[in-house]
Each structure stands twice: as structure tokens, then as C-alpha cells.
Design a protein around this ligand. Structure first.
Ligand code: BGC
Length: 265
């Protein structure tokens, strides 16, 4: 089957009547979108991914967002959930550690509206992933404090207490041993420095122990692309709280954003 054939042909009534949402996840290397079944948290059909523009300015990314929305023929009145890898205050980016700095101060909802014609709910990428894992994934039904950590270009974090998301906690930027934590322990650093899983796990241990000391979570969930190889590093970590791999893996951002858009727009 060609990619085109796998793209679901959904209509507005599907979005309205059978609880479908649409999510887009902006990452350091790719921008991915898909329709989402909001009752189950499943992505419908195949995700569509385009590379993040090398110079990831709002204008350049807006063109990619338009292409993703067009690929799925999202009905004009359907809402979109969109993740961004930075602090989001009422739809406006307040930081941009791994994307173009031109995003800071940008009303992202406005950018999406102009590029696609759709109303959008904007959420930090790790917050979206955390919400999705709590509602549909590895932390479903977990009471108390859940911390979802995404390991990728940077370190993202989502803090959820009894199912309620506390947004923008930014635990990837904790200063540990004089370093911004994500510059030591993100999976991009493992790759860049050619660290073995064992060597990287020493840095992860330092990181997770510190987060555990500060927040005493009941559960850690670990996401990001590298979480598919969780067997190679999660068993090396010794923590009081259980630490488990994310269930939704690379769809968590899309799913969480779609679900939050449905909830708040
Ligand atoms: C950003 C966070 C983001 C994380 C993962 C960090 O550098 O500050 O907002 O969630 O990277 O993309």
C-alpha cells in the first residue's frame, strides 16, 4: 500500500461524532501529525512526518504545519492540538532551547491559524506526552504523582498529580553538578559523545535520583525515541519509585495534544 492509500479519509462528522481529534508534534528533527481516536488514544492510519526545517523559524515551520494538515484533509472547523518543545504560556512560547529563538514571544496559535486556517491548542511537548501516558498509556489509573521524562534532543518533563497536569515544569534544565541536565543526559548527548548504554546510565542515574529526591513521584515513565531500547538502560537504574517505558512511544505527543485540544477548545 502506498503512503497515500493509508491516509484515512475522514470527514467533519467523523471528527464530531466519533470523537476524533488531530494532533501535530513539533520535534527537533521531525514534525509529525495524525488523526487520533480520542476514546482509545490510538492514532488512526499512519503518522505523516516531514523533517523539521534546518533553520526552524516560525515561518519555515508554519509551511510544514500547513503541509501536514493538508496531507490529511482535516476539515476546516476541526481543532488541532500542537506540541512545541518549549515553555508555553497561553499559546505563546516563552522559551525555545532546541528550536530557533524567533519562537520566543510568538503566539503559536496565531501562526497555526494563519498557516492552516485551524484553531489550535498549543502545549509543551513533554506535557502532551505526559498527559497521553496518564490518560491512555503506561501511567493509566496511577494515583499520586507521575513524572514523565522524555529523552531526545533535550530532556522534557511532564508532572501529573492524580491525573491533573502541572504544566511547564522544565525538569530537563535542572542544574546538576554545575551542568544544565539535558546537556549531560539527553539521548542526543549519548549519541554525540558515543556513550555506551552503561556509561549513559551513570548520568541517567544521577539525573533521576535528583528528580526523585526533589519530587518523590509514585511512578516514572520514560519516553522519547530511545525508550524503544528501554531494556538496555532502565534495568540499570536504581530508584525508589518504579520506572517504566512509555507505552505510546512516538505517538504520545500527537495523542496528548489532540486530547488536550478536545478538552480545552
Ligand atoms: C525544553 C522543553 C522540552 C524538552 C523536550 C527542553 O530543552 O526546554 O520545553 O519539553 O526540551 O523537547
Amino acid at each position: 500500500m502506498s503512503k497515500k492509500d493509508e491516509t484515512p479519509k475522514l470527514t467533519l462528522s467523523d471528527y464530531d461524532e466519533i470523537d476524533i481529534g488531530f494532533g501535530i508534534d513539533i520535534g527537533g528533527s521531525g514534525i509529525k501529525g495524525a488523526p487520533v481516536h480520542l476514546r482509545t488514544g490510538e492514532v488512526i492510519g499512519k503518522r505523516f512526518r516531514l523533517p523539521t526545517p534546518e533553520k526552524s523559524t516560525p515561518q519555515a515551520v508554519a509551511e510544514v504545519l500547513a503541509a501536514v494538515v493538508e496531507h490529511f484533509n482535516v476539515p476546516k472547523t476541526a481543532h488541532i492540538g500542537l506540541t512545541f518543545p518549549g515553555i508555553i504560556l497561553h499559546g505563546v512560547a516563552a522559551s525555545s532551547a532546541n528550536m530557533d529563538k524567533g519562537w520566543i514571544g510568538t503566539d503559536i496559535g496565531q501562526v497555526v491559524k494563519e498557516a492552516t486556517g485551524h484553531r489550535a491548542y498549543i502545549v509543551n511537548d513533554a506535557d502532551a506526552a505526559g498527559y497521553a501516558e496518564t490518560r491512555y498509556g503506561a501511567a493509566q489509573g496511577q494515583d499520586g504523582v507521575v513524572i514523565v521524562i522524555t529523552l531526545g534532543t533535550g530532556i522534557g518533563s511532564g508532572l501529573i498529580n492524580d491525573g491533573v497536569l502541572v504544566p511547564n515544569v522544565e525538569l530537563g534544565h535542572l542544574e546538576i553538578d554545575g551542568y544544565d541536565a539535558e546537556t549531560r543526559a539527553a539521548s542526543s548527548i549519548k549519541e554525540r559523545e558515543g556513550l555506551s548504554y552503561e556509561k549513559w546510565a551513570v548520568r541517567l542515574q544521577r539525573y533521576f535520583s535528583h528528580v526523585e529526591f526533589l519530587f518523590s513521584p509514585d511512578l516514572f515513565v520514560v519516553g522519547g525515541g530511545i525508550s524503544k531500547d528501554h531494556e538496555k538502560f532502565l534495568p540499570l537504574l536504581k530508584l525508589r519509585a518504579p520506572i517504566v517505558p512509555a507505552k505510546l512511544r512516538n505517538t504520545a505527543g500527537i495523542v496528548g495534544a489532540a486530547a488536550l485540544a478536545d478538552r480545552y477548545l
